[in-house]
Design a protein around this ligand. Structure first.
Ligand SMILES: Cc1ncc(COP(=O)(O)O)c(C=O)c1O
Length: 364
């Protein structure tokens, strides 16, 4: 019997993750593999989170807190907002889906920058909404052009700051100008997965705008700067009455207990956060300088990754690096086949990348 899979499901593209370390070890028969492909934390998980999780293991027979009250309370204190404004998710990916669940109906329009994080498009497709793509302008999200695409069918706008895969940010002027142009019936999802890595002191403080713009949803995650990608925990910050609806549609136990406990401990691990930032900023300066010496164009990034331009050599170099046990991210699935995205690693990982790249570069 043939199952009738709806067209909008059949047309979904599978997510292209960074290649797993074990797969590369098997494929090339090598013991040492470094992964600079998924923008994970170069230093591992927050040590305070590891300790707290170990202590929580005997209680795994209990269901997790459905509301995540402890974590929401602590987050609210830290961010000077109300706990009711926070929605926890199984990664910020889950919150993106919840937003689709609450706001989207067939034939609505969703505006996204192109290229951009693939889950935004997936969410729109899942709810039969039309995706309106707005190309980047000089590697930056073109907020002005996005605002021009809004019409009466527009329900959602997904943007990220810093942007993945370029690492660029927008200015306060661009942001405020944009906010004024978006009608209140259009939800703006501002994904700040990489916000802790921003070095530029002129970065926007998104939470300051929540009071005046009830249509704003800010997304953050513990996956990057706190090093907890494997636990799957992120959160949305939004107006409390809207947050209520996101919580209504969420699976009550989607955020597991270890994730809640780990995140709570990581939140107060200031030392780890500082060390992470320092590692990224120093690694970024080192890598940018080395790429420059090789004549490789790099997009100035405010995130924990760098996008580099390698023209028609990108695919070859990506595979060569793989065969030497260095996983970087091909940008083919982003429609940028001439680029590679490289997560900034620990100093020794960055040095290994550069010494191998130099050898490959000399031959291309
Ligand atoms: C822009 C952006 N948003 C969100 C995520 C995913 O966050 P989480 O692990 O919390 O689902 C990523 C992961 O790479 C990302 O690049």
């Amino acid at each position: 019997m043939k199952f009738a899979i709806p067209k909008h499901i059949r047309s979904l593209e599978p997510y292209t993750p960074g290649r797993p370390i074990e797969e590369i070890k098997r494929k090339y028969g090598i013991d040492e593999v470094i992964k600079l492909a998924s923008n994970e934390n170069a230093l591992g998980p927050s040590p305070k989170a590891i300790l707290a999780i170990k202590e929580a293991l005997p209680y795994l027979h209990r269901y997790p807190s459905s509301s995540g009250w402890e974590l929401c309370k602590r987050l609210a204190e830290k961010l000077s907002i109300k706990p009711e404004q926070i929605v926890l998710g199984n990664g910020s990916d889950e919150i993106m889906g919840l937003v689709g669940h609450v706001f989207l109906s067939p034939n609505d329009e969703v505006i996204i920058p192109s290229p951009s994080f693939s889950i935004y498009e997936k969410v729109a497709c899942l709810y039969h909404a039309k995706v309106v793509k707005v190309p980047l302008s000089e590697f930056k999200i073109d907020l002005d052009e996005i605002s021009k695409k809004i019409n009466s069918k527009t329900k959602l706008i997904f943007i990220n700051n810093p942007h993945n895969p370029t690492g660029t940010i927008f200015t306060v002027y661009e942001w405020e100008n944009f906010l004024e142009k978006v009608p209140p019936f259009v939800i703006i999802v501002l994904d700040e997965a990489y916000i802790d890595f921003v070095e530029d002191s002129r970065k926007i403080n998104s939470l300051n705008y929540l009071k005046d713009f009830k249509n704003l949803i800010v997304l953050r995650t513990f996956s990057k700067s706190h090093g907890l990608a494997g636990l799957r925990i992120g959160y949305g910050i939004l107006d409390a009455p809207l947050a209520h609806y996101l919580k209504l549609v969420r699976d009550p136990f989607s955020v597991n207990s270890l994730a809640q406990i780990g995140a709570l401990a990581a939140l107060d691990d200031e030392g780890f956060l500082e060390k992470t930032r320092k590692t990224i900023w120093e690694g970024k300066a080192y890598l940018m300088n080395e790429f420059k010496k090789l004549g490789i164009m790099t997009i100035p990034s405010e995130a924990n990754f760098l996008l580099i331009y390698l023209a028609d050599k990108a695919d070859y170099i990506c595979n060569e690096l793989l065969s030497r046990g260095i996983i970087v991210r091909s940008m083919k699935s982003y429609g940028m086949e001439e680029y590679l995205r490289i997560t900034i690693g620990r100093p020794e990982e960055n040095e290994k990348l550069i010494s191998n790249l130099k050898q490959i570069w000399a031959k291309v």
